[in-house]
Design a protein around this ligand. Structure first.
Ligand code: UT7
Length: 325
């Protein structure tokens, strides 16, 4: 057996942080942010709200879309780098909040590739007979780890959640293949140093601002382009199809210029490349499931169409998945 997506949902907190809001916080301007990133606004969760609350909103919509009761879910996987707590997992909080009483749950840490990694794990578990239905969520409250005094990063990131319901299906439908990669030698390109065992919370850690994302933007940009092109081609080659067979290409929403270069190198016309980062910014693990839910709502793919997703993020990690919807 294989697995296929039978429901999609997304949630973005109502509060927005626009480019003009950021102009008042750091030395930046709307023209620079729009030209260099394509981002116009992002959504920000209320301080103190747990990530699992965002997961619940997206998950309920995906379950409704699928017509599936939470008690039918066997597996809950949450891709995130901003969990409610170090433990228990955000997946366990989500399980309790929605009443997925018979499921087992876990979080998965693969930064911006977190959703595609989670999808791959849930798909593999279903294929291995460890459950028939899975709830797979990518959800982040990145505003808790963004340094709003650093103009090179604070303009990029937003909060949000996206969820899919995966269900057992015959081989040849649904998730056709997933391709996961990482290169830990390049961890310093994008990371958050504090809050773990290396730099536990302490007055010094807070003073040195170690609890915030650090990124070498230019270097990360180059790797993002190379790796997302590579992983996309890998998925196409594995399935004996070409980019012309793909109805919709959904790359990680990090920077419009990255998306455009990747699309061009793959030879896919702009109208078949999905972009929504002007509204949400980079939501890390939530970026792809939010885009999937938005694309479905906009009628950008139909049953039977091929959709290719590809992600890239800290680790470094990168991953692709080709799906027949
Ligand atoms: O999701 C994980 C993966 N993440 C990514 O893929 C992000 C990849 N990187 C990027 O998206 C881009 O590198 C950034 C958007 C972060 C930066 O854009 P860039 O075109 O690479 O700019 P840059 O870092 O080369 O900086 C160009 C100039 C610099 O000024 P000087 O040295 O030329 O005078 C920066 O100081 O722009 C300046 N700058 C800004 N100016 C206004 C940097 N940030 C800002 C800002 N507003 N927010």
């Amino acid at each position: 057996m294989a697995s296929k997506i039978i429901g999609l949902g997304m949630y973005a907190p109502p509060k927005e942080l626009t480019n003009s809001d950021l102009e008042k916080m750091v030395d930046t301007n709307d023209a620079w942010i729009t030209e260099r990133t394509g981002i116009r606004t992002r959504h920000i969760a209320e301080p103190g709200s747990p990530n699992s609350d965002l997961c619940v909103e997206a998950a309920r919509k995906a379950l409704d879309d699928a017509g599936v009761d939470p008690a039918e879910i066997d597996i809950v996987v949450v891709g995130t780098l901003t969990p409610d707590m170090p433990f228990p997992s955000t997946a366990c909080f989500l399980q309790a909040k929605i009443g997925a009483t018979r499921a087992y749950g876990m979080d998965l840490s693969a930064a911006c590739s977190g959703f595609v990694y989670s999808l791959s794990v849930a798909d593999a578990l279903i294929r291995a007979g460890r459950g028939k239905k899975a709830l797979v969520v990518g959800s982040e409250i990145l505003s808790t780890v963004v340094d709003y005094t650093d103009r090179s990063t604070c303009i990029l990131f937003g909060d949000g959640a996206g969820a899919v319901v995966l269900s057992e299906c015959p081989e040849g439908e649904g998730v056709l293949s997933c391709h996961l990669h990482s290169d830990g030698d390049l961890w310093k390109l994008i990371y958050c140093p504090g809050g773990g065992t290396l730099h536990p919370y302490s007055p010094e850690m807070l003073e040195q601002r170690l609890g915030f994302i650090r990124m070498a933007g230019n270097e990360t940009f180059k790797h993002a382009v190379l790796r997302m092109v590579e992983a996309s081609r890998e998925a196409l080659d594995r399935n004996g199809v070409t980019i012309d067979d793909v109805k919709l290409f959904i790359p990680h929403q990090a920077n419009l210029r990255i998306i455009q270069v990747v699309g061009k190198r793959l030879g896919i016309p702009d109208e078949r490349v999905f972009v929504d980062l002007e509204k949400y910014g980079n939501t890390s693990a939530a970026s792809i499931p939010i885009a999937l839910a938005e694309a479905k709502a906009q009628g950008r793919f139909a049953a039977g169409d091929l959709v290719l997703v590809v992600a890239f993020g800290g680790g470094l990690t990168w991953a692709s998945a080709l799906m027949r919807m």
